[in-house]
Design a protein around this ligand. Structure first.
Ligand code: NDP
Ligand code: 8X3
Length: 254
């Protein structure tokens, strides 16, 4: 993969930062975005020898800001070949009747609307050039429910189905859309979900070998390096230490 322009959301940590490192070679140009500017600056410095890096402080929930970021790209970064819609988060693990509705709004605004906005503003250029690849980061939570997954799982189900619907709209173009559904991976994800409670976050991965951010970046590398006529639609991956549970059954005490 060389000479490509790659736009990554949520590049300040986790999967996004790992994708930036993975793509930083062969004359690729990287557009790295997130809300926190300091980690982006550090990453820009780290990757400077291997890639041209343009950083943009961006909150994907802000539609005007997303449009402004795409429209305002410097000439050398305007022809985006790959969009990695990665920015996202889970907040809380309470049952629906106890969850914080503000957390629900934040997840919907970030995981659903952020993906919508970035896609909507990057896609016209891809269609006009008749080439491009959108990688949407969904989750196993998209297809497999778990207690407390309520709105997070719902937002990821949107990402999965939006990806499939995009393929329908783009049929007849050479623009590809792929959806990745990772299971448990150790990043800042659980720290964010548990609002800074490091102990609770560490407990999620304790005694397991979870997926890593680099595993997801490798998956992105594989998907994006398939021949142009091959579209990987959906790819689900999990740690060897994770699998599904049986149906839960409530039994009354006799
Ligand atoms: P991290 O918390 O490590 O990284 C999340 C990234 O998203 C950060 O760079 C963060 O940057 C960015 N982000 C969050 N909110 C916004 C926002 N409003 N605007 C712009 N950027 C934002 O988590 P992961 O790397 O694990 O998560 C990446 C994606 O993968 C998410 O969509 C997540 O749902 C999904 N996922 C994660 C799994 C896991 O187990 N880790 C498994 C399956 C899917 P900043 O705070 O600087 O804005
Ligand atoms: C992140 C994986 O299982 O915490 O999407 O929902 S999980």
């Amino acid at each position: 993969m060389s000479g490509k322009t790659i736009f990554i959301t949520g590049a300040s940590a986790g999967f996004g930062a790992a994708c930036a490192r993975m793509f930083a070679s062969g004359g690729n140009r990287l557009i790295l975005t997130a809300r926190r500017i300091d980690p982006l600056l550090k990453l820009q410095e780290e990757l400077a020898a291997d890639a041209e890096v343009h950083i943009i402080p961006l909150d994907v929930r802000d539609r005007e800001a997303v449009q402004g970021a795409v429209d305002g790209l410097p000439e050398r970064f305007r022809s985006i070949d790959i969009l990695v819609n990665n920015a996202g988060l889970a907040l809380g693990l309470e049952p629906a009747h106890q969850a914080d509705p503000d957390d629900w709004d934040t997840m919907v605004d970030t995981n659903i609307k952020g993906v919508m906005y970035c896609t909507r503003f990057v896609l016209p250029g891809m269609v006009a050039r008749n080439r491009g690849h959108i990688i949407n980061i969904s989750s196993t939570a998209s297809d497999w429910p778990y207690p407390g997954g309520n709105v997070y799982g719902g937002t990821k189900a949107f990402v999965t189905q939006f990806s499939r619907n995009l393929r329908c709209d783009l049929l007849g173009t050479r623009v590809r859309v792929s959806c990745i559904q990772p299971g448990m991976a150790e990043t800042e994800f659980s720290k964010v979900r548990f609002k800074g409670n490091e102990e609770k976050a560490a407990g999620v991965y304790q005694g397991t070998e979870p997926l890593t951010a680099e595993d997801i970046a490798e998956t992105v590398r594989w998907i994006t390096s398939q021949p142009p006529h091959v579209n990987v639609n959906t790819l689900e991956l999990m740690s060897i230490d994770q699998a599904w549970g049986p149906f839960a059954i409530h039994r009354e005490q006799k």
